[in-house]
Design a protein around this ligand. Structure first.
Ligand code: PAF
Length: 335
């Protein structure tokens, strides 16, 4: 967080000005000076046409209006200020103020989140939202706070589907030996191993080159990601609609930023952040269909109406390896 004082404050505040212009996390005392402008950096890994970004822009606009320009949110797309894991780490260190990320990399900092990335854990989108916006979601937010991250709202990345360069995938047997890029998340890794593939975890920033160069044959992401990153140009000829993970996303704020903002301004940022998730989810639903159409037009063969039962059976043993069994069972029971 950068802070800048207005002209009058600069004259009055003298030495404070120098301190107040620094980055957050430097232990300076927060003032309620109405001339002080706080600039927050918000980061994510997707293009500026993706719902992650569009909902952030709306949040930024509302925050700027409601604080009379005292809080400015600069939104950085395309991993410009870090990939998801780095962004999350940045929040815990207070070097990044706001982030939206799929939950998988955040699990490395808040293990409880791991349960959300268990394949086929949610019955459908509506059940997922119910769980996340209820008691369970609140408990997970409390765990995040213990780790220096304030959960603002739950968004979504969408249903994850498998794309690959080799052949149509209809059953888990078709995945045997396929080199697939996964997110940096042990549950995804275990699931693809259980399915017989050869998973390689890596950040999204490395994935496109790995696909282009044939280091990996496959990846798994929602249709909108495959479309916006033109994965057909990265050898991805087939997409199987497995929907194996309802990829939850989360709008977050660094606890350091939260603590340093004056209360009145902070409340506005939090309130607007709480609206971002639902807005983003609606946009995903709207845009996802369009993306599937574009992928088809670009020559990607879409394998629809897949029987997911054998995929569900194959990943079942992974459920037993989950650290937070009680949480996992509560999520299952709540649907
Ligand atoms: O696969 C990933 O790493 C994520 O789904 C992505 C594309 C960065 C969006 O959150």
């Amino acid at each position: 967080m950068k802070r800048k004082l207005g002209f009058i404050s600069v004259i009055l505040a003298g030495a404070l000005t120098l301190t107040a212009c620094g980055e957050s996390g430097n232990g300076t005392t927060t003032t309620d000076d109405p001339n002080e402008v706080y600039t927050l950096q918000a980061g994510h890994s997707l293009p500026d046409s993706h719902p992650y970004h569009l909902a952030f822009l709306e949040m930024a606009k509302n925050v700027e209006e409601r604080t009379d320009g005292q809080v400015i949110i600069e939104v950085f797309a395309n991993s410009e200020i870090g990939a998801e894991r780095e962004l999350t780490e940045g929040m815990t260190l207070g070097t990044v103020d706001l982030v939206v990320s799929s939950t998988a990399p955040v699990t490395n900092f808040v293990p409880e989140l791991g349960v959300l990335d268990v394949p086929f854990i949610f019955k459908d989108r509506a059940s997922a939202v119910n769980v996340l916006e209820g008691e369970i979601g609140d408990e997970i937010f409390a765990k995040m706070e213990e780790n220096g991250i304030i959960g603002l709202s739950w968004g979504e990345n969408g249903y994850r589907h498998i794309t690959n360069s080799k052949h149509p995938i209809n059953t888990p047997e078709d995945l045997k030996g396929l080199k697939i890029r996964t997110q940096e998340n042990t549950i995804h890794l275990a699931a693809f191993e259980a399915l017989g593939a050869q998973p390689t975890p890596m950040a999204w920033t490395e994935a496109i080159t790995a696909l282009q160069q044939g280091v990996v044959d496959a990846q798994e992401n929602p249709a909108i990601v495959a479309d916006q990153f033109n994965l057909h140009e990265a050898n991805q000829k087939y997409m199987t609609l497995t929907g194996h993970v309802y990829s939850v996303a989360v709008y977050m704020m660094s606890k350091q930023t939260y603590d340093e903002l004056p209360e009145e301004l902070r409340d506005i940022v939090v309130e607007e952040g709480q609206k971002a998730g639902a807005k983003e989810r609606d946009l995903i639903v709207e845009m996802e269909k369009e993306s599937l159409k574009t992928l088809k037009e670009n020559g990607v063969e879409i394998i629809e109406n897949v029987d997911v039962t054998p995929f569900q059976e194959a990943v079942k043993p992974v459920y037993e390896t989950i650290e937070h069994q009680e949480l996992l069972n509560r999520i299952l029971d709540a649907q």
